[in-house]
Write a protein that binds this ligand. Sequence first.
Ligand code: ITT
Length: 219
Amino acid sequence: MKLVFATGNSHKLQEAQEILGPGFTLVSPASLGLTEEIPETGTTLEANSLEKADYIYKHLGTDCFADDSGLEVDYLGGGPGVYTARYADGEPQYKDNLEKLLHVLKDVPWEKRTARFRAVVTLIIGNEVKQFEGVLEGRIGTERKGNGGFGYDPIFIPNEIPDQVGNDDACSVMPGLTGHLVPNTQGIANAELPEGGKNAISHRGQCMRAMAEYLKSRK
Ligand code: ITT
């Protein structure tokens, strides 16, 4: 099945393709000639996710889906939330956002560093619009760790990780499930997990698997 993923973020596209597997071919708007930035003017993940999918559906006329995601830090009252990509000033790179968050939380003790990644995916297929939500609970670490993933992954410490962590093959063969989860006692960051390990637990992984189930059920 071919679907347009209404995103300009190549990391999201790559992750979604990994999660959905070879039964789906994901296409970026840019590869179809739509290179302008997709507007995001809402104040909730649900609104922005719908806005992005709707924009692509109207401009390209194809079945598509969008992901709006963000990091909710309890110490910041749930922020940066919908503004996660634009947390630092100007037009921030991932490292600017991440350094700002580390700085803002520098004196905050471990037990108060609770946070979660949340994603809302909007699928538009035919006349149907359907949303899926995924949440990954964890904490904000005190330093950067690992080179995998993207964005805030080097400072996000999930509460639980797949027990196969460290074994790439084992993780990559668990696309449809989280496998057996164990407490993350070593404080492993998302960016230290093998790709399949992050996808097995992530907010985006949860959304993509729910969307795939839904698409299968409507055939
Ligand atoms: P599109 O709108 O084009 O899809 P974007 O990067 O602007 O791309 P969002 O508006 O949804 O996407 O912003 C989400 C931000 O949250 C993203 O830029 C990252 O900084 C962060 N984020 C989301 N998912 C993440 C993940 O799995 N790991 C690390 N950071 C993530």
